[in-house]
Design a protein around this ligand. Structure first.
Ligand SMILES: [Zn+2]
Length: 292
């Protein structure tokens, strides 16, 4: 099997004779860029890959213009795991922990808690969906989310290795070509049953055409143009300055008194932003003006 050609892409497909669509995401460089600045243990690297692939799949399933954030609030070995995908195709993600987790098991890493899906839309009110982490995997939590919140039966599988983070999704669409509920249900069950035969190594190694042929050579499948994704951090000097202001004058002043400047590194990409004493005093003055 040759390496897939479609990397850092998400590609939609549609079953012409039933109301079901799908997406295949394949991240390579964007995944490696996300994890390269961090000394993540293997299990954390793997789960972050799943989160990145999932935020791209969700971004294609939920219409928005802005930023989609997928995040766990739990009590497991990770104090935070989150990924983001913008409507322009920029992705980033991070995992945080006190002591490096040894586990690669979903429930041990995330603990009891919830999966939070936030959409920061430029045009509409922010939206937040929350679903329990029961089910023992990210794909199970996402399936529950779409069943409960969107009433759109969905099916997910993820596969991550040292090079790639991949995901595959099937989703039922509101009825148009099939009106009869039993027919719709039968078609959905049939397509999911075939998808369940897909192995993680096939998902990593087959290109999209070969993968769809392998699963659905007896169906009529329409494959759309792939959309591309890239790693990009949204941090900036201006945003960091705003974070600095929120720390509080006394604390910032004491750092400046001791070190002559304040250095803040972006937790996502590691970029360092330095503010010298004059800049800090100007920022604090602006803050004073805002407060009064
Ligand atoms: Zn950054």
């Amino acid at each position: 099997m040759s390496k897939p050609a479609q990397i850092d892409t998400c590609q939609r497909f549609l079953f012409s004779q039933s109301d079901v669509r799908g997406e295949i995401v394949r991240l390579n460089k964007s995944y490696l860029d996300t994890v390269s600045n961090h000394a993540y243990p293997e299990g954390v690297r793997h789960l972050l890959g799943e989160f990145l692939a999932a935020s791209v799949l969700l971004g294609s399933a939920i219409k928005y213009e802005g930023r989609l954030v997928l995040q766990v609030r739990g009590d497991g070995e990770l104090s935070l795991i989150m990924s983001e995908c913008t409507s322009e195709g920029a992705i980033r993600g991070i995992a945080r922990f006190d002591s490096p987790p040894k586990s690669s098991e979903f429930t041990t890493l995330t603990g009891d808690g919830v999966l939070v899906i936030t959409v920061d839309s430029r045009k509409h009110e922010p939206y937040q969906g929350i679903v329990s982490l029961e089910g023992g995997s990210l794909s199970a939590a996402l399936q529950t989310y779409f069943d409960q919140s969107e009433q759109l039966p969905s099916w997910f599988i993820f596969a991550v290795d040292g090079e790639q983070a991949c995901g595959f999704m099937l989703q039922q669409l509101p009825g148009s070509s099939q009106q009869d509920d039993d027919d719709r249900d039968d078609a959905w069950q049939h397509l999911v049953m075939l998808a369940q035969t897909l192995t993680t190594s096939e998902l990593l190694q087959l290109d999209n055409e070969a993968l769809l042929h392998r699963l659905y050579h007896q169906e009529q499948v329409e494959l759309f143009e792939p959309r591309t994704f890239h790693y990009q951090c949204s941090c900036s000097r201006e945003r960091t300055a705003r974070a600095l202001i929120s720390i509080g004058k006394e604390e910032v002043d004491s750092i400046v008194a001791e070190h002559g400047a304040v250095n803040i590194a972006c937790e996502f990409c590691g970029t360092e932003y330095q503010f010298d004493a004059a800049e800090v005093s100007m920022l604090m003055q602006e803050r004073g003006n805002v407060l009064h």
